[in-house]
Structures are given as structure tokens and as C-alpha cells.
Design a protein around this ligand. Structure first.
Ligand code: ADP
Ligand code: MG
Length: 737
């Protein structure tokens, strides 16, 4: 994985090349003058902002989380530039990134075609064109004929001969010295010039205390000291080659990765230890309990995998806390099972166990459609057994909501089902024993944190912390389970209920749309039901809607006899529920939808799904969508339509979908493609979870860091705290939520 995970990459740009966009921005703020062009001549002091108004670069530093000296010291170069040498123009090769020095021969604004500035630089060996598509009047002055310049950029063969487009340049004299070491290029953004960042980091590196925290006898052998490693990576010796430095398997990098992983493993181990000290109500399955009544009422037999996970969860709930046999330790368990593996019924049976002893359960789903579907199913199963089920969503307001809240507060409603409305501030549980989160990876960081608050809340009322069961169809790959989710116990349903037929996945270009529509016509004529899923375009609901509406109209014209519905995020929940009801009951043949149907919807008669612009979806998302079909006995088909031209990775991804229906395999490939950030639903945070370590490559370091983390917590808790403080920007904290 590159320096920043998928989340960081989109925001952090390498702005090493001096681009007019940045220049103009800082100019507007009057910051540009006096800005050093290279560290050698740097003379401004970036580290002492005025107390009242922070400078723009200072604010940019804060924004990147670089507030403390140690944060700056741990901000490592993306790559290096070699400014220690000047290359003769004649020796330049296309594609080289190089530095040359020469005198401007002439400089002109070309007006034909695209307006641009073209200067010709000559040294004793030859001539190089410098081309600027964006430029300012100051460029004309700085690039005037006769100016002696040192220029660096990427060489390419252009229309005007060999050239550099938007190179960086500065005027020099015969005596201007060359850089003595490789120049680091840091991840930055447009508001933070490289030169400023370099100076800030160099200053911080001199001041910061980098004393070793981990005692010698615990540090894995072969790792250099942190101080030495940082020195080497920030300011490599001139003879070291950049490619060697960029190779992250070398010792200095290994040391950084180890330290990062160590902080992260300490935080996980700490969370687990803290939990072990907490108390939760203890529940044991009783003969003749609710669970025993519910089982015979189900229309099917549980699969062996379902029985096994129920036992695993049951063992957690029945575990006796050390020194307090009456109580238990809060469960923190993830139930993972592929789409359609039957997690809902497991949740219901576990809830029954808790409710049988008079404690409440909350079941939370990410969308209203899904929450409603759960509600129906659970009401059907549990109300006959005398359990009152309450229903809370964002669209439930006024009197009904008030009544529900009262039933929850009094403890009359033993089961509360809903969206994140279940964890709003005004919801007070009388006796919350178990919280169940369906499709947990779909919840954002903020929601996870308010859930955390609700659990703490529950503990304040009853003196006991509720148990937590999370469910997900997107399995956590082993590497992630060992690192970022080390505080989580995992149960896996590794088997589908009998009688499912695998879904056949076909890939067509959008040019075959007509043929696909004919297939739909046949399916509908056979009494089968069809989903047509429209893509998400740049997260704009508005465009999504236009798109879905247009497709809906097109399909209505092509299939005049079929009843066709439309479902999208802008509809009120009442409207959505009405459409879903028609589709679930089989009255509607074809449902055109944006991705609102993605999670959990269960209509067994639906056996054909078309996904438009499949290339725009993530693999896990496609897998979830595809899981909506193949739920009944009929052979099901999923058609992935893609727009041409399709990139090679796009092709590979769609092919992966056709090749495997195994959610684990898909999750693994998804992780490879997108990095863990996306996976964790941590997108919003914009903070990379691990900056240096690569979960796929650094297994051994993970294991070492884990061992050292436990040793520190056991023997040197103060050192563990110091390590966490040093790396506080690792931000693993919200994963605990
Ligand atoms: P998911 O794990 O994706 O949430 P669901 O809980 O929605 O799956 O279950 C999918 C479908 O399988 C539902 O219609 C459910 O009633 C049914 N189901 C669950 N368990 C079994 C089983 N043991 N045998 C047959 N059908 C089952
Ligand atoms: Mg489900």
C-alpha cells in the first residue's frame, strides 16, 4: 500500500512542483514574498506563528494533523528529488526527472492555439524548451532572456523538441551551491508549500525528544533506533540512492512501521483489558425459555453454522466475570456471514435469550427499508410469544414516536428496532441488555460513537454495560482482524441455508442493453421479479435521481405490460415502503432503484438483477447487491452492464465478480484494491488508519508489535502510554466505537 491509504490519497497531493494555482493562492493572501524556494536558501521561520492570526501554511499544518514537533517528525517523505547534481541538457532522456542549469535564450507568449509561455534554455551542450500553460506576468520577468536558471522537472519529447512542462526554476549565479543531500518531497496540500513544510520538519526534528521508549530487551532485533531511522529518512546521506530509500523493506522503514503498529496494538490491547474490567448482565439459556419457543415457530431448521454461532454468542453472554459469578463481561462480537447466510434469525434467537430475562434489546439497521423488513420479520416471530416490539426511525415523529419512547423508557417494549434513530439522545432504555447492529460497516464514525455513548448511558442506568453484537456480510480479512479489529471477537456463518442456487454472473457492455431488456421481458413473462440498479455518480443524489428516472422511463416504454416501480433516496419513507410492499408481495415485476436496496432486502422471488455501470461500484458493494437475488429456489442471474471504454483494472474487477461468489475472497480483493480505510467505513474521517505499515506485507511486524504491546502493558504501563502519546495521530480510537 502506498504512503497514504485510499482515504488519504484523494486529499493529499504532492505539490512539490510549484504550480501557479498554489502560487496565486498564497499571493492573494500576501504570503508569497520571502517564501524560500529551496531549503538551502530558506530564511523564513515557519514555526513561530503570530499568536493571534495563524498564517495560511500554519493552518494547513494543523489541518494535516501536524501540530506537535513529533507529528512533524513522523511526517515522512513520499519520495526524494536529487538536487545534488546538474545534468547536461544533451544527456537528458525522456521521462527523466532531472535538474539542469543554463541561460534563457528567449522567452515568448505563443498566442496561436492554446495561449502559453515558451522559453528556451541553453547550456554548453544543447537547448531545452520550458513550457507554461498557466503563467503570470512575473514569469515573463523571471524567464527573461539572459537569466541564469537552475531548472528541474520531467523531461519529455514535445512538439517544440525536448521540453519540460511547468518545471520549477530559480535564478542562480555561478557560485550558487548545489544541495548537499537528497531533497525530501512530503505529502502536502495546495495551501502548504514544500519549502515551508521542509523547514518546519527540519526544525521540529532538531527539537523533538526521540528517546527510545521500548526497552532494549523487548525491541525486536535488527531494528535501528527511531532517531537514527527518522534522520535517515528525512535527510538521507547524498550517496544513498532515492530508490533504496523508497523501498519500505529497509530497516529505517521497518522501524517506523513497527512503532506505528506498536501504538496501534497497545490501543487495541488496552481496549480489551478495559472491557474485561467492566460488568454486564449475565444470561444463560434456560429450559423452556423464549428461545425454545421461538425455534419450533420458525419455518425452517437452523443450519449447523447458525447453531454454532448461536452457541458462541451464548457462551459470551453466559460467561462469568472473574470474582463475580453473578455477572458477565460485555460481549464485543462481530457476526460475519455471507449475504443470505441467515444472520437475522441468529439475532432474533440471541435477543430472545436476553429478553426472556426481562432485559431489553436494540436492533439497529442502516436504512429504513432494512429496519422495516427486520421489524416485520421480528414482529411475526416474537409478538406471538408475548414480546412487545417498538419501532423507531427518523420518519416516525410526533405522538407515535412519543408513545414508542415511553414504552422503551418504561421497559414495556423489550425489543426496539429501527435505524440510527434508536440511539438518539431522547431514547432512554430502562434496561438495555444487548445492542445488535446490522450491516455494521455501513454505519459512519459519528454513528458508532453515538452508539458507544448509548451503551455507556445504559450502563449508567443499570450499573451494567450492555453486550454488543455487530453483524456484517462483508467479512473482515484476517489481516485486518488481527490489527485494526484486535479487540473484537469474531463468529462466522460459513454456510448458506440449503436449497440456494448459485447466482450466475454475466458481464455485458452497455451496447448490449437491448438484449438485456429482452431477457427481462422473458423473465417477467415467466412470473419472475427483476431488480435494475442504477449507479451512484459522484455521490450526487440529484444526478442519481435523473439517471434512475430516465432508466425507469426507458424500461416502461420497452415493457409496456409490466408493472415497474422506482425507488430512490429522495423519496419519503412512506413512498419507499409502499413501493417495497408492492415488490415484496409480487405485484410489481420490475424495480428500478438507486443503491438504496443494497443492504439486506429480502425478496426470494426476485431472480434477475441488472446492475448498470457496474464498473463504478466497489466489489463488496456489487457482492451485496448481487446477494439480493438467488434467495429462492430458482436459478438466478446477475447482469453487470459496463460503459466502454473499460480500464484494465475495471475489467479485472468485473471478472473477479463473475469468477467468485465467495464473500471472503471478494473482501480480500476489495481490500487489495481499495485499502483498509474504505473498508472500515472511515471515509468521512479523512484520516489514514495506518500510514506506514502495510497489512498485507507486514504480518511479521504485526505479530511482533502485538507481543511487545502486551509486554509493555504488563510490565511498563507508563511506557505504553508514552508510545501512544507519541503516535496519537494513529487515530485508532474511533474503531473502538
Ligand atoms: P443475511 O445473513 O444476509 O442477513 P437473512 O437473515 O436476511 O440473511 O436470511 C436470508 C433468507 O434466508 C431469509 O429469507 C431467511 O428467512 C432465510 N433463512 C435463514 N436461515 C435459514 C435456514 N436455516 N434455512 C432456510 N432459510 C433460512
Ligand atoms: Mg441481513
Amino acid at each position: 500500500m502506498p504512503y497514504f491509504g485510499a482515504i488519504g490519497r484523494s486529499r493529499i497531493v504532492d505539490c512539490a512542483v510549484q504550480c501557479p494555482r498554489c502560487a496565486s493562492r498564497s499571493k492573494q493572501r500576501g504570503q508569497n514574498r520571502g517564501m524560500p524556494r529551496s531549503p538551502a536558501t530558506a530564511n523564513s521561520s515557519p514555526t513561530k506563528p503570530a499568536a493571534d492570526a495563524k498564517s495560511a501554511p500554519q493552518r494547513a499544518l494543523d489541518k494535516l494533523g501536524l501540530s506537535r514537533d513529533v507529528d512533524l517528525a513522523l511526517h515522512l517523505p513520499l519520495r526524494y528529488e536529487d538536487e545534488t547534481r546538474v545534468i547536461r541538457i544533451v544527456d537528458l532522456r525522456d521521462g527523466d526527472s532531472a535538474q539542469v542549469e543554463g541561460v534563457i535564450h528567449d522567452c515568448q507568449v505563443h498566442a496561436q492555439g492554446r495561449r502559453q509561455l515558451v522559453a528556451r534554455l541553453r547550456d554548453a551542450s544543447g537547448e531545452l524548451v520550458l513550457r507554461f500553460i498557466h503563467f503570470y506576468p512575473s514569469h515573463l520577468k523571471n524567464l527573461a532572456a539572459g537569466q541564469r536558471l537552475r531548472v528541474r522537472g520531467e523531461v519529455r519529447g514535445g512538439f517544440f523538441g525536448r521540453e519540460m512542462v511547468h518545471p520549477t526554476f530559480r535564478s542562480v549565479t555561478d557560485e550558487t551551491p548545489l544541495a548537499k543531500a537528497l531533497t525530501p518531497v512530503y505529502p502536502s496540500n495546495a495551501a502548504l508549500p514544500q519549502a515551508y513544510l521542509r523547514k518546519a520538519i527540519a526544525t521540529a526534528l532538531q527539537r523533538v525528544d526521540l528517546a527510545e521508549i521500548v526497552p532494549d530487551d523487548l525491541l525486536p532485533g535488527g531494528l535501528p533506533s527511531l532517531k537514527q531511522s527518522l534522520q535517515q529518512l528525512h535527510h538521507p546521506a547524498p550517496e544513498v540512492s532515492p530508490s533504496l530509500l523508497e523501498d519500505r523493506t529497509q530497516p529505517a522503514w521497518q522501524r517506523l512501521k513497527f512503532d506505528e503498529l506498536l501504538a496501534q496494538q497497545i490501543s487495541q490491547a488496552q481496549a480489551r483489558r478495559a472491557r474485561a474490567l467492566q460488568r454486564a448482565p449475565r444470561f444463560e439459556a434456560k429450559r423452556g425459555g423464549l428461545q425454545e419457543h421461538l425455534l419450533p415457530a420458525l419455518p425452517f431448521e437452523l443450519t449447523p453454522a447458525q447453531r454454532r454461532v448461536i452457541e458462541e454468542i451464548g457462551a459470551d453472554l453466559a460467561r462469568r466475570a472473574e470474582g463475580d459469578a453473578e455477572q458477565s463481561v460485555p460481549m464485543h462480537r462481530l457476526l460475519q456471514g455471507d449475504v443470505g447466510s441467515g444472520k437475522t434469525v441468529v439475532a432474533a434467537l440471541v435477543a430472545a435469550l436476553v429478553m426472556a430475562q426481562g432485559w431489553q434489546c436494540a436492533l439497529m439497521a442502516p436504512t429504513e427499508i432494512l429496519a422495516e423488513q427486520h421489524f416485520r420479520k421480528l414482529v411475526g416471530w416474537l409478538e406471538p410469544l408475548g414480546i412487545q416490539v417498538a419501532w423507531l426511525t427518523g420518519s416516525r415523529k410526533g405522538k407515535i414516536r412519543q408513545r414508542m419512547l415511553e414504552a422503551v423508557a418504561s421497559g414495556d417494549a423489550l425489543l426496539v428496532v429501527g435505524t440510527h434513530a434508536v440511539i438518539q439522545d431522547d431514547v432512554r432504555f430502562a434496561k438495555l441488555g444487548l445492542a445488535i447492529i446490522d450491516e455494521q460497516h455501513r454505519f459512519g464514525v459519528a454513528q458508532r460513537l453515538s452508539l458507544r455513548a448509548k451503551l455507556v448511558d445504559g450502563a449508567a442506568t443499570t450499573g451494567l454495560e450492555p453486550h454488543l453484537l455487530m453483524m456484517s456480510a462483508t467479512p473482515i480479512p484476517r489481516t485486518l482482524a488481527m490489527t485494526l479489529f484486535a479487540d473484537l471477537d469474531i463468529s462466522t456463518i460459513d454456510q448458506l441455508p440449503p436449497g440456494r442456487t448459485p447466482v450466475l454472473t454475466k458481464i455485458f457492455s452497455d451496447g448490449r442493453r437491448e438484449a438485456v431488456i429482452r431477457t427481462i421481458r422473458d423473465a417477467v413473462a415467466d412470473g419472475r421479479q427483476v431488480y435494475w440498479v442504477c449507479p451512484l455518480i459522484e455521490e450526487s443524489e440529484h444526478v442519481d435521481l435523473q439517471n434512475a428516472t430516465a432508466t425507469h422511463d426507458q424500461l416502461k416504454q420497452a415493457l409496456p405490460d409490466a408493472r415497474i416501480g422506482l425507488l430512490h433516496g429522495r423519496m419519503s419513507s412512506g413512498e419507499k415502503a409502499a413501493v417495497m410492499a408492492l415488490f415484496s408481495s409480487g405485484q410489481m415485476a420490475l424495480l428500478v432503484s438507486t443503491t438504496v436496496i443494497e443492504v439486506g432486502v429480502d425478496v426470494p422471488n426476485a431472480s434477475l438483477m441488472v446492475i448498470e455501470h457496474a464498473e463504478r461500484f466497489g466489489l463488496s458493494q456489487l457482492h451485496q447487491l448481487r446477494g439480493r437475488v438467488g434467495r429462492g429456489g430458482v436459478a438466478s442471474v446477475c447482469v453487470l452492464l459496463y460503459a466502454t471504454p473499460l480500464s484494465d483494472t475495471g475489467k479485472a474487477r468485473l471478472k473477479a465478480m463473475a469468477e467468485t461468489s465467495d464473500g471472503f475472497e471478494i473482501a480480500r480483493r476489495d481490500l487489495e484494491i481499495r485499502g483498509p480505510g474504505e473498508f472500515l467505513g472511515a471515509r468521512q474521517s479523512g484520516v489514514p488508519l495506518l500510514r506506514f505499515a502495510d497489512l498485507a506485507e507486514d504480518q511479521q511486524l504485526v505479530q511482533q508489535a502485538r507481543d511487545v504491546a502486551h509486554a509493555l502493558l504488563d510490565r511498563h504501563p507508563d511506557l505504553a502510554r508514552q508510545q501512544m502519546a507519541r503516535w496519537q495521530n494513529v487515530r485508532a480510537d474511533y474503531l473502538k466505537a
